[in-house]
Each structure stands twice: as structure tokens, then as C-alpha cells.
Design a protein around this ligand. Structure first.
Ligand code: GDP
Ligand code: MG
Length: 758
């Protein structure tokens, strides 16, 4: 007989380790981040114990501080427990934050659902020299308590076996308010609900007494009755009083189950406090963040590690004689960073494989055009994009370290202070920083924001952040900037990240002052504890990222390469254009009359002002092609160049052959980094934005990227235009601010008038 699987729900405060526990139990690889609010949707997985043959469906819920919902996550979690009726709830507690975490325990207890408490992070507790007596706590709470460590996977099977057992015996809700001054009122209210056969009568009765918004909507009659009960007694401030009683109960009855030398814990605390004092210091915080970012880019992109070469330390030991691995670790300029070394190795291997394929094909007299086509698709499409993977993974690795350790949450905290000045909440910064990885989960994460306007503004600016896919375009252009203009590749990457960040902040502020104006509710950013990085989880994540990237490279990118090759090598009447090569190996007269070249030449005037349109010579149409196809996936920007050039090595010649100026090239890069994001991100934005906002958002992306690229182009090519651009920017901001003040005043006046009229 097929048995119905037991459903186990994980509930608890943000950042208490629910997702880590979920991943450990189900083998899933859901996003774990050391900051509150990472999980915004419930997620399901299956737990199986090989020895006992026990199994269950596990549901990871968003973290919540209480069951009185203010935010969307709180509503999701509450509704899941009340309406979808899991068989058992595991209340996950961060035992290093015992008192605060227990608050919600006292609320879950009130539901008619079997529950058990998982004391998580006991490994940290132990290191602090503390101990919580699970047995004692279990007696006090009246439900099983199991000490675990989700990270070190200790005691998890015991936890699940107790949970599965608990699922089969129904449990009636109980409340700590039963011993306080509201005991009578609670009892009466509970009876009213029970008589109406409402499920979870105790929980709903207490919500009714609290005059809870959702409850009042659902059971207006019953809530009225509850409020009458309160009026009978003289006690009326139930909400505040009951919260007090809960905390009192926790401090008098539950905290005593913890023992150990608090002194040691305090000393430990002060170490992290000391670190925080530096990392979140008013003056030092942002410079430290910038240095950390620069270091990440330096370790990923630099070909002159720690600028030793610049400082005169000689590195003239070339790896000569091996054409594939030349300059692997160092060249004349200096030592390579780890990212460059890994990229060199990858390119060496893929280059060798393609050489073998090409030789093999030539030896069986394969026609030229077939080799050309396969070269475009396999070598210029698939292999070229795979060549960027090591550096993307490097960035991803370093960012994960910053995030998992708890540092990124501090960065968000620091920016919160700046945002507040502009009347904004810093909560929006977490999804923005997530945008450095990939815009899709970042946009989904904006669900933790309170209002539609704040969400809209945040989703819009997430597109400006340089995600992993855009790194490929940065790397490709940075290579040209460094060999032609002597720029450092790592500094180019770093600047592009900063441009995204600064542009995002500027545009969020402008939007807040103009179209997205509203009062933002206060947000208290909580600093999570510092954690050692989870190496295993990090490894799994990197592997996932690699798989995703290879999948993309072997589907979308290969298709794009095929598309580019076919439509740039055939005329509208389907005549093949053989590519001709001059004495220097440069293609000449190739692509003349091809479909793509024709189309792009028609569209190129759009980019004339930006310096990469029809004001160039050579194969200038590639710029237009890359910008257009970047809408499919941002990797295609770099790939368009490689495919048209016929190999990565020829990209520089192709680009420089157009006679592009420095301003035009930088503008091209910035335009592509900040314009409409890839197709996947646009689809996500469509789902996440309020109705009717997508078209405005797309216009916003196009407009912003065009204007910014234009400014950059003018700045580089005609320095004197700075004298116009800078005052213009200042003027726009001043006007927007005045408009904002004016609108706020008008609103206040209107409010005052309304109040007076009443
Ligand atoms: P959630 O918000 O409740 O889903 O919490 P997460 O699962 O995202 O974890 C928050 C942070 O706590 C992450 O940095 C985890 O690595 C860390 N963490 C989770 N469980 C444990 C544990 O048992 N021990 C330690 N030391 N850290 C943990
Ligand atoms: Mg989570």
C-alpha cells in the first residue's frame, strides 16, 4: 500500500539555519546566505534514512520573527502551517540567540500541530562554553527538544526519527499566557472559536484578542467578540501585554535551561564587536569594502599580481617552447593571478582539443566551409565561452566567502546608513548585492521588500550590476583596453562593478525622489554572527554554477554562434560568402553583402552618438550585432566578436580594425552592462514587477544605459564636455530633490487639512 508521505515543515527566525538543515536533510543545494531574508519562498525536498527506511517530505519556510505578519514571508510561513497542515513542525532555534528565537516558539506552541524543537548551532554554543539542557527545556515546553548542528550534520537522523514519530500523535495547542492575567480572556475566546469549529482555535483566539489584521479580515465577527471580552475586563492593551508575558515566561522559565560560563561567551562577543567596529565604521567602512572588491578583481584578473612588475621586480622567465601554455604563471610584466592561471590552463586545453579536431577534419578532406562552420560553433562558440568560466568561478568563490562569513550583511548595513539619508531603506541592498552573481534570484529576493514602489525601483537597478555572464564581455574588452591602451584588466573589472553600483544608487535615489516617491517603513538591519565558510556547500554551489554555465554554453551560446555564422556568411539570396585572408591573416571583404551585415549596417546609426555606430570603418557592424544579441544572453556579446573574428586571438584585430576610439569602446562596454538584461532576467522582472510596470522598466533600462554610455563616450573623447556633463548631473539631482521636498510638503499640508476638517 502506498503510504502518504509525512510532511515536515521547518520554521524559525531568519538566519537560524533552516535552509542549511533543509539542504543537509534532503541533499538539495538551496541558496544559503549569512544574512536574514534569503529564502523568500517555501521549498520542498525529500528526506530518506537508508538504515531505518524512514522518509518524509521536508518544507523549508522563509524565516520569520513572529507569527504576526507584517512582511510577505511571514504571511507565507503562517499560512503554510495553518492551512496546508503539515504533519509536524520542526521549530529551528539558533541556540546562540536563544531568548529571541524562543519568542516564536511560544507562538507556534499555540497551534494544534505536533511540534518539536531543534536546537541548532550547538557547535557554536559549545565553543562559547555554553550548554542548553534539552531534556529540561523539553519538559518546560511540553514537546521534544533535540540538540543538532545543521552545518556539521550531527544528530539529524535522531531529529527526523523523533519528528516522524511525533507526527502520528495529534497535539493540542498550549499557551504560556495561560498563567498570566489574560488567562480567563484567552480561555473564553478559545471557547468561542472552538464552538465555531475553527481549526487551531487557541491560535486564532489569541490573534483575535490581538486584533490582528489578517484575523480581522477572516473572522470579523469572532474578532469583535474577542475585543468585547477584553473590554469586560479592564485590561485592553492585549498586544503589548501578551508580548511582555511571553518574554517574561522565556526569561523566568526557559533561560534557566542554559548553563555555562557566560564570561567566555562575552569575550568572544567582544571580538566580533571589535571587528564590527572597524568594518562598519562611519569613515572606514566604504574604503574597506572597495579594497575588498579590488582585491577580488585583482586575484581574478591581474596579470601583474600585487603590481610587483610595476614596482620593478623583474619577471622575465618565460615558459617558452610550449605554445599552448606560454605565459601560464608569469610573463615579462609580472606574475599571473589565480584567475588568469586557471583561464590559461582552460584555454590551453580547449585550444589543443580544437587543434586535434581541425587536423583530423583536414586529413579526411573536409570542405573548408564545414571546418569554418564547426570552428564557429565549437571553437568560437562553445570553447571560447567556456574559457571565461574559471574567472567567473573565481569571482563567485570570493563573493560567496564574503557573503557566507557575514561580511556582506555588514556592507548592506553600512549602505543602509547612506540610503536612510535619501529616505530609503537599506534592505533593498541585499538583493542588489546578490545581483553581482545573477539577476534572476536577486529579482526574486526583492519580495522581502515592503512596498511595491521600493520593489520596482530595486528590480530596475539590479540590471545595472555586473553579473557572472557580463564578466565575459568585461574580460573580452578589458583584454583590448590593456593591450592597446595599457589599462590593467583587474582595474577595468573593478571599475565596471563600481559603475553598476554607483549608477544603481544614483538611480534608486532619483526614482525615490520622483516617480517612486513614498514613505519607506523603518527597517532594522540585523547583523548576523560571523561564520566560518561552509566549504562543502560552497563546493556544491560552484559545481552547480559550472553545470549551469556549461549547459548555457552548449545550448544558447552554440545556437547564437550558429546563427551568427550562418547569417553573416550568406547573402539574402543564400549565396555563401567565402572568407578571404590578406597577407597578414586578416579577413578581407568577408561578410560583404551578408544578411547580418546588411541588417546591422541599417541599425548602426542608432549608436553613432555613442561612438560605436556607423562612424567607424572595418567590420564596425559587429558592435551593433553584439549589442542586439546581448539581449538573449550576455555571454553572446563577447561571443559575437569571437565568432565574426574567427577565433579569440583575432578579436583585437577585428575591433581595432574599425578604428574605434577609447571613448567608443568604453561606452560600448558600459552600454551593454547597463542596458536591458538578458532574456531570463526580463522574464523574471515581468513576473516580479507590479502590473503594467514592465514597459516602463524596459524604457528605463534603454534610456539610462544610452544616456550613461553617451556621457562616458563624450568624457573620454572630448574631455571639455565634462564642463557641461558634471553641472548637468548636479542640476538634475538638485531639481529632483526640490521636487521631492515640494511634493512632501504638499502631502503634509493635505494631511493636516484633512485632520482639521474632521
Ligand atoms: P536560514 O535563514 O534560517 O535559512 O539560515 P541559513 O541556512 O541560510 O543559515 C544561516 C547561516 O548560519 C549560514 O551562514 C550557515 O552557514 C550558518 N549555519 C547554519 N547552521 C549552522 C550550524 O549548525 N552551525 C554553524 N556554525 N553555522 C550554521
Ligand atoms: Mg533560508
Amino acid at each position: 500500500m502506498a503510504e502518504k508521505k509525512i510532511v515536515v515543515a521547518l520554521a524559525g527566525n531568519p538566519n537560524c539555519g533552516k535552509t542549511t538543515l533543509f539542504n543537509s536533510l534532503t541533499g538539495a543545494t538551496a541558496y544559503v546566505g549569512n544574512w536574514p531574508g534569503v529564502t523568500v519562498e517555501k521549498r520542498e525536498g525529500v528526506y530518506r534514512n537508508k538504515k531505518t527506511k524512514e522518509s518524509a517530505t521536508v518544507v523549508d519556510l522563509p524565516g520569520i520573527y513572529s507569527l504576526s505578519p507584517y512582511t510577505p514571508e511571514e504571511v507565507i510561513s503562517r499560512n503554510f502551517i495553518l492551512e496546508e497542515k503539515p504533519d509536524v513542525v520542526i521549530n529551528v532555534l539558533d541556540s546562540t540567540n536563544f531568548e529571541r528565537n524562543l519568542y516564536m516558539t511560544t507562538q507556534i506552541m499555540e497551534m494544534d500541530v505536533p511540534m518539536i524543537v531543534a536546537l541548532n548551532m550547538t557547535d557554536v554554543l559549545e565553543k562559547d562554553g555554553q550548554f542548553i539542557d534539552a531534556e529540561k527545556l523539553s519538559k518546560e515546553l511540553g514537546c521534544p527538544v533535540v540538540a543538532i548542528s545543521a552545518l556539521h550534520q550531527s544528530n539529524l537522523d535522531t531529529l527526523m526519527s523523533i519528528a516522524i514519530k511525533a507526527a502520528s500523535s495529534p497535539r493540542k495547542g498550549s499557551t504560556v499566557l495561560a498563567s498570566g492575567k489574560y488567562a480567563k480572556a484567552v480561555e473564553k475566546a478559545c471557547k468561542i472559536y472552538a464552538d465555531q469549529e475553527v481549526s487551531h482555535p487557541l491560535f486564532h483566539a489569541i490573534k483575535g484578542l490581538e486584533n490582528d489584521e489578517i484575523e480581522a479580515e477572516k473572522n470579523p465577527e469572532l474578532v469583535k467578540k474577542c475585543q468585547e471580552i477584553l473590554k469586560e475586563g479592564i485590561l485592553t492593551d492585549f498586544e503589548a501585554d501578551s508580548a511582555d508575558e511571553r518574554y517574561q515566561y522565556i526569561t523566568t522559565n526557559l533561560v534557566k535551561t542554559r548553563s555555562g560560563h557566560k564570561v567566555a561567551a562575552k569575550e568572544k562577543l567582544s571580538v566580533s564587536d571589535k571587528i564590527d567596529r572597524v568594518l562598519t565604521n562611519r569613515w572606514a567602512a566604504i574604503p574597506i569594502f572597495l579594497v575588498a572588491l579590488l582585491l577580488i578583481f585583482h586575484l581574478t584578473f591581474s596579470e601583474d599580481l600585487f603590481y610587483l612588475g610595476h614596482m620593478g621586480v623583474p619577471f622575465s622567465m618565460n615558459f617558452e617552447g610550449n605554445p599552448y601554455f606560454e605565459g601560464l604563471f608569469w610573463t615579462d610584466g609580472g606574475i599571473n593571478s589565480i584567475g588568469v592561471i586557471l583561464a590559461n590552463i582552460t584555454n590551453g586545453i580547449t585550444g589543443w582539443i580544437w587543434d586535434m579536431i581541425e587536423k583530423g577534419l583536414a586529413s579526411v578532406n573536409t570542405p573548408d566551409w564545414t571546418i569554418g562552420l564547426l570552428g564557429s560553433v565549437i571553437n568560437d562558440g562553445f570553447f571560447a565561452v567556456i574559457g571565461f568560466l574559471p574567472q567567473i568561478l573565481c569571482l563567485f568563490f570570493f563573493f560567496s566567502l564574503l557573503e557566507d562569513s557575514g561580511y556582506m550583511a555588514r556592507v548592506a548595513f553600512v549602505f543602509d546608513r547612506i540610503f536612510r539619508r535619501a529616505g530609503l531603506s537599506g534592505r533593498a541592498f541585499i538583493p542588489m548585492l546578490m545581483g553581482y552573481g545573477c539577476g534572476v534570484p536577486a529579482m526574486i529576493n526583492t519580495r522581502t521588500l515592503n512596498t511595491d514602489k521600493e520593489r520596482t525601483a530595486t528590480i530596475r537597478v539590479i540590471a545595472f550590476f555586473c553579473c557572472g555572464a557580463k564578466v565575459t564581455a568585461v574580460a573580452a574588452v578589458a583584454a583590448i583596453l590593456s593591450s592597446r591602451w595599457g589599462w590593467n584588466a583587474d582595474l577595468v573589472g573593478f571599475s565596471m562593478y563600481l559603475v553598476g553600483l554607483v549608477l544603481a544608487i544614483a538611480m534608486v535615489i532619483l526614482m525615490h525622489w520622483t516617480t517612486q516617491r513614498e514613505k519607506v517603513p523603518p527597517f532594522i538591519m540585523e547583523l548576523p554572527a560571523y561564520h566560518a565558510p561552509q566549504w562543502k556547500a560552497l563546493g556544491i554551489h560552484m559545481w552547480d554554477k559550472t553545470k549551469g554555465f556549461v549547459r548555457k554554453a552548449s545550448t544558447i551560446i552554440v545556437l547564437a554562434a550558429l546563427f551568427i555564422w550562418v547569417f553573416s556568411n550568406f547573402t539574402p539570396s543564400w549565396q555563401y560568402i567565402p572568407s578571404m585572408v590578406d597577407e597578414f591573416g586578416q579577413p578581407v571583404a568577408a561578410y560583404e553583402g551578408s544578411i547580418l551585415k546588411n541588417l546591422c549596417q541599417m541599425a548602426a546609426p542608432v549608436f553613432y552618438p555613442l561612438g560605436f555606430g556607423n562612424n567607424l570603418g572595418g567590420e564596425y557592424w559587429v558592435m551593433t550585432l553584439a549589442s542586439a544579441l546581448g539581449l538573449v544572453a550576455k555571454e553572446v556579446v563577447a561571443d559575437a566578436f569571437i565568432t565574426v573574428a574567427g577565433g579569440e586571438a583575432a578579436v583585437e584585430a577585428l575591433v581595432m580594425g574599425t578604428g574605434i576610439s577609447l571613448g567608443g569602446l568604453v561606452a560600448f562596454l558600459i552600454f551593454n552592462l547597463t542596458t536591458i538584461p538578458c532574456f531570463a532576467a526580463v522574464a523574471t522582472a515581468k513576473g516580479e514587477l507590479p502590473k503594467g510596470q514592465l514597459k516602463w522598466t524596459i524604457l528605463f533600462w534603454l534610456g539610462t544605459s544610452y544616456v550613461v554610455a553617451l556621457m562616458v563616450r563624450l568624457m573620454f573623447d572630448f574631455v571639455w564636455t565634462l564642463a557641461i556633463i558634471i553641472p548637468l548631473i548636479i542640476l538634475i539631482f538638485v531639481l529632483a530633490y526640490l521636487w521631492y521636498r515640494h511634493a512632501c510638503k504638499k502631502e503634509e499640508a493635505a494631511k493636516l487639512e484633512k485632520e482639521l476638517a474632521q
